[in-house]
Structures are given as C-alpha cells and as structure tokens.
Design a protein around this ligand. Structure first.
Ligand code: ATP
Length: 195
C-alpha cells in the first residue's frame, strides 16, 4: 500500500481535494486535525504542554486553548519547535498504526507542513495543490473571517509553491478556472496502478 502525502499552501484546497479522494474510496488521514485532537485526548501530550506553557494552555473544559497557544508560538520558532517535538511523534505513531488497518492500494496523508516538517520523506509519493496566492487569500478570508494581514502572516510561515512543486510527484491546479476532478481521477488511476 502506497503512502501518499498531500499538501499545499493555506487555502489552496487540500481538504477539498481530499474529500474527492475520499469519495473515490481512498482513506484520508487528516494529520492537522488528528494533532489537534491528540492535544485534547493524549495524557502524555497534555502533561508536557502544561509543563511547557503553563495551565492556561487548557481551557476550563480541558480542551486546548488554541488561541492562547497560537499567540505564544506564532512568533517564537523555538517554542514552536518544542511544541512540534511533543506532538509530532505521537501523530506519526497514530498514522502508522492507522496505516496498518487500511486495505486500499494507497492512502492519503494530508498535512499543511508535509515538506517543512520533513514528513514527506516517509511518503512513497507526494501531491501538492497549487492555487494562486490571490485566490487563496480571498478564500481563507471568506472561510475564516480573518484579515488580509492574518492570512499573510500564515503564508509567511510556510514554504512557497515553487519549493513545494520541486519536491512533489504530482501537482493539482485548483484555481477558479481549473477543473480539479479530472486531475484527481488521473492521479488516482496512476496510484492504483502503482499501489
Ligand atoms: P488550510 O490550509 O487552511 O487547511 P486547505 O488547503 O485545506 O486550507 P480548503 O479548506 O480545502 O483549503 O479550501 C479553502 C476554502 O476555499 C474553502 O472554503 C473551500 O470551500 C474553498 N475552495 C476550495 N477549492 C475551491 C475552488 N476550486 N473554487 C472555489 N472555492 C474553493
């Protein structure tokens, strides 16, 4: 079974593309979502986050205070790296355990920072979703109700499309004027043949 990593800049349409793969019967591991869930459920992660960031990192209902955490790590690369050191190994283990249970020719691992984190090295193939920065900004502002400055801050912290395309095996264009489903079907065909 092939492990296929999918990534792309913020708002490029990773999750949207993954929904299509899912409709085609391909299991999708949403690593960013799983990481957030693990911060709420994994007792070891929780203890380490409290040790590092203090008790305010959890809300009274014991769920992670994402706003507080983001405020701390956003402009502090060292604390962000420490956060990743706590969370990433557990996400990895969860992913490989999950893979054991899948029975399709390939599976998809969706991650915003697939390349930045180095996790792409554990994938057999990678896909990057490319959408113009202008469209991504419009989509994210609309989806999340945030300002242009906030989107730009996030873009600044990620690799650019050129860097992602250099490492990707497949590229999916998801601009308004591109048909995304035929591109996905084509990639699905190739991956099923290889898987
Ligand atoms: P993030 O990096 O923030 O997790 P993402 O890459 O997963 O984002 P999506 O959430 O899939 O991106 O898409 C961003 C927004 O753009 C969503 O509101 C989605 O519905 C919309 N969108 C995705 N693809 C298209 C498209 N081809 N045309 C118009 N809107 C789109």
């Amino acid at each position: 079974m092939l492990k296929v990593g999918i990534t792309g800049g913020i708002g490029s349409g990773k999750s949207t593309v993954c929904r299509v793969f899912s409709v085609l019967g391909i299991p999708v591991f949403e690593s960013d979502k799983i990481a957030r869930e693990l911060m709420n459920t994994d007792t070891e992660i929780k203890q380490q986050l409290v040790d590092l960031f203090g008790t305010a990192v959890y809300l009274p209902d014991h769920t992670i205070n994402r706003k507080y955490l983001a405020g701390i790590v956003f402009n502090n690369p060292s604390l962000l790296a420490q956060l990743n050191t706590i969370v990433h190994p557990v996400v990895r283990k969860t992913f490989f355990d999950w893979c054991e249970k899948q029975q399709t020719p390939y599976i998809i691992h969706e991650a915003a920072i697939l390349f930045e984190s180095g996790f792409y090295k554990m994938m057999d193939k990678t896909i990057t979703v490319i959408t113009s920065e202008h469209e991504r900004i419009q989509r994210v502002m609309k989806r999340d109700g945030i300002t242009l400055e906030m989107v730009n801050e996030r873009i600044k912290n990620q690799w650019n499309d050129q860097q992602r395309m250099e490492l990707a095996d497949f590229v999916i264009g998801n601009n308004d004027d591109e048909l995304v489903i035929p591109q996905i079907i084509e990639i699905d065909k190739k991956l099923r043949a290889d898987g």
